[in-house]
Design a binder for this molecule. Structure first.
Ligand code: C5P
Length: 285
């Protein structure tokens, strides 16, 4: 039996635009995504000689084949005709769930990278990311990590220059949002403001953190904030203590703030901790 270890990094949407509904029911997106140092640890035992099994340190996460990590293992083995001879996946969870931080997708991507490494890298990273699209919309990006422009359903990726050095504070309020319901809602709502992804790309190219911060925008943010005014409270605390930008990530409900240094981040973190147990400090990775 062999044990594989892989880190699964959370993502933030620096920008997120929903362009329209597709014939397959999904939506075409344009999003600049960033992985951060909040990480699950994924361990995989290969060749257990038993039925496939998944263990997760966090309660409330499905441990059957609905779990994206299990699905990823199945998709990889099917696509490459591999039989691992029994497999056990253990996930040590740190990424909050129902947050818009791609926790399940990150785990799935980690499984894809680990299995691909184990079998001698038969797939290139872009080919592995393409395979990830069969598992979930955020899996392709979570496979390649870093900073990227993500388009289509989430399967079209283009690497962008690294995010300039900064510190993120992420705050996960208690409530969660149903992603399919939110997409339905945005179908009927007008989108008055959209991110300028070209300007975001230029800001990244210039390595200008303040310009990057000015372009942070998620079209889902006002839709969720209208029903959960506490997001404004979180954002106002961030803003009062030196945050350059504050915005919801993905379909929420976590809000992230961009700070110029750890000192600023620590102050924002302490202020939020008074009311929220789930507050994190992270770096771009
Ligand atoms: O692919 P994934 O399972 O992450 O998507 C979750 C849900 O989010 C989908 O069932 C769909 O309702 C919605 N979605 C969408 N368009 C996308 C990504 C997700 O409509 N590009």
């Amino acid at each position: 039996m062999t044990t594989l270890y892989e880190g699964a990094y959370a993502k933030l949407n620096l920008t997120l635009d929903v362009l329209g509904k597709r014939k397959d029911g999904y939506h075409d997106l344009q999003s600049v995504m960033q992985t951060i140092s909040i990480r699950d640890d994924v361990e995989i035992d290969i060749g257990t000689g038993k039925e496939w099994k998944l263990l997760c340190s966090m309660e409330g996460i499905p441990t059957d084949r609905r779990n994206l990590a299990m699905k990823a293992a199945a998709v990889y083995c099917d696509a490459l005709g591999k039989d691992p001879g029994g497999l056990e996946i253990r996930i040590h969870k740190r990424i909050p769930s129902g947050a818009g931080m791609g926790g399940g997708s990150a785990d799935a991507a980690a499984v894809l990278r680990a299995l691909n490494r184990h079998y001698g890298e038969p797939l290139s990273l872009p080919a592995l990311a393409e395979l990830g699209a069969q598992v979930g919309s955020d899996v392709p990006f979570c496979t390649i990590c870093g900073t990227a422009m993500v388009e289509g359903r989430g399967e079209r990726l283009r690497k962008l220059p690294d995010m300039p050095d900064c510190v993120f504070v992420v705050c996960k309020p208690e409530f969660s949002v149903s992603t399919p319901e939110l997409y339905q809602k945005i179908d009927t709502a007008a989108i008055p403001v959209r991110p300028d992804n070209r300007a975001m790309e230029s800001a990244l190219l210039a390595g200008d953190l303040e310009a990057v911060a000015r372009q942070v925008y998620n079209v889902f943010d006002p839709v969720v904030t209208a029903e959960h005014l506490e997001l404004n409270y979180i954002k106002s605390i961030c803003n009062s203590y030196g945050s350059l930008a504050q915005q919801m990530t993905g379909s929420g409900s976590a809000v992230f703030a961009i700070l110029p240094s750890f000192e600023y981040a620590a102050v924002v973190c302490n202020m939020l901790k008074e009311n929220y147990p789930q507050v994190y400090i992270a770096k771009p990775v």
